[in-house]
Ligand binder design. Sequence first.
Ligand code: SF4
Length: 382
Amino acid sequence: QCTLVCRPGAITEVDEIPILLESLKNKKGKVFVAQTAPAIRVNLSEIFGFPVGTVTEGKLVASLKKIGFDYVFDTSFAADLTIAEEATEFVERVKKGGVFPMFTSCCPAWVNYVEKSNPQLIPNLSSCKSPMSMLGALIKTDFAKIKKIDPRSIVSVSIMPCTAKKDEARRSELSDESGQNTDIVISTRELARLIKSKKIDYKKIPDQKYDKLYAEYTGGGVIFGSSGGVMEAALRSAYQILTGNPLSQLDILPIRAGKDGIKFSEVHINGSTVKVAVCQGVANAKKLVEKIQKKDPSVADLKFVEVMACPGGCVNGGGSSKAKNAKAVQDRAGALYKLDSNLKQRVSLDNSELKELYRRSLKGFGSHEAHEILHTHFKSKK
Ligand code: SF4
């Protein structure tokens, strides 16, 4: 195994391709399931010579099938699921008087910082698992049950733009009797190397679709890959839960990716003003946290904060190809926002596969069943 140093932080990247190839070689009786993060459909395209901001999700799915995966699911579906649970959690805190501001918990580099350096913030973190870990848990439970597969024979592989996700997948909190929620994490760069080594012509391979069950995504799910996307998606859903109606303006432009390390916005819901912030980079999050802890009046009423460790979010993740410049990061994010604006369903709660999942097994947003599978806990590692 070779080890590389993660670009945005001091996280070690372990090349898991040898483990995957060895496992595929002895495939007998095993079912190989891949999931791909929202940002991969854009990040991978550049490596194979497409213009920056080209979406190639059909070629991504087709390449993974050719490598040997039996099923390929879209983590964007699970991003909708994370938003459904996170928006529900936020609304519960509003109604019952919980800890504020609530912080997102889908970026493992940010969670590592909180657990290791600022554990007093743990009650502020959302208890939601990340989209990768939610889908990993569903694959070993819901999917295994539907397909009548022993979960122990499933090899669950996540394709992520991120090196910190390898660390997340090994968390003891993200395992059950059938093993870890996610068995192997492959970064965008690793997948590109694997596709090349298998001599797959990425530019020419005919498109294939994600497998049903966890294939559909709304605009809220796919913008997860950009800084500000998690917050925008969460506000769309929280507004709908609290008012019963969609937000009249779904585009929340002040928090979309841009140069500012900390961005603020507010949304008016049922006569109250909900103030939110979006931080790119842990250093910016630290600055905001210091202000909150010093009770600086400028951040006194903040209710919800998104933190993504990579500048620009996962489209510029540490496991992706290096963006040539800031504009390239903007163009990658722009491709996801374009997908969002062209979709009929743009609010995560309206994902029809997600509604079917709740009918089938989760019983409702924030239910006991949903907490069992989709939520986790954090602990001080200071
Ligand atoms: Fe990983 Fe960076 Fe995305 Fe955080 S922002 S989840 S570190 S790629």
